[in-house]
Design a binder for this molecule. Sequence first.
Ligand code: SAH
Length: 245
Amino acid sequence: MTAPVVILVEPQLAENIGMTARAMANFGLSELRLVAPKNGWPKKGVREAASGATYVLDGAKVYATLPEAIGDLHCVLATTARERGQMKRVFAPEDAMTAVAERIGRGERVGLMFGRERVGLSNDEVSLADAIVTFPVTEEFPSLNLAQAVLLMGYEWRRAAGLATLRFSGELLSPPATREALLSLFASLEETLTGAGFYPPEKREIIARNMRDMLHRMAMTEQDVRTFRGALRALSRRGPKGEEP
Ligand code: SAH
């Protein structure tokens, strides 16, 4: 599936552009467009900040103006921390990305616009977008770092596009114990405890039920049951070392 294009409007700091490239690579975005980067392009230190994601920087295209940078796109979203007083729809990132994934699925090209570190996007620039995306941040500190804003949008894109599968899982864990294995563990435990004189006779049933409940709460795996049984066997050995009762 193609992914949205990231457009940085007059970005200033090499660190932010590099970290933007890295964030994009993390979540499967690769097309970066820079509108009139401040103090020229390429910038010193940008490759270091990108870590290994230099292919995103190598493919980055530089444009003189925003209209040129978005000319070929079918849908453009402007990200902003500030209310713009414009008659424009405002979306939370996940809702915006659900719509973006649908449009991309129909073969459309979508761009995500990010503003300058100091002053964000101008109202004129926002007015070129179809809609606004804003993050659910605190009232006291609403402004995100530029590359972190790209990172969050990348993450939401990946989720909305159904690509957010974990790279590894805990499947090497032992499978859950079968009821048969558990019931036989309960029988051994209760037999061992009876042999050790643990139960007051009148309370045997209630204590046994409580202990079964404790063990159920552990959600034991097959391996857990084997380990527990081994421990019980070791504890119930009497006499010289290793000799079974
Ligand atoms: N001081 C600027 C913020 C610049 S942060 C201002 O007040 O607008 C750089 C860019 O990151 C912003 O232009 C925007 O594209 C994005 N960004 C930062 N915080 C954001 C937020 N809370 N919601 C959406 N985008 C945000």
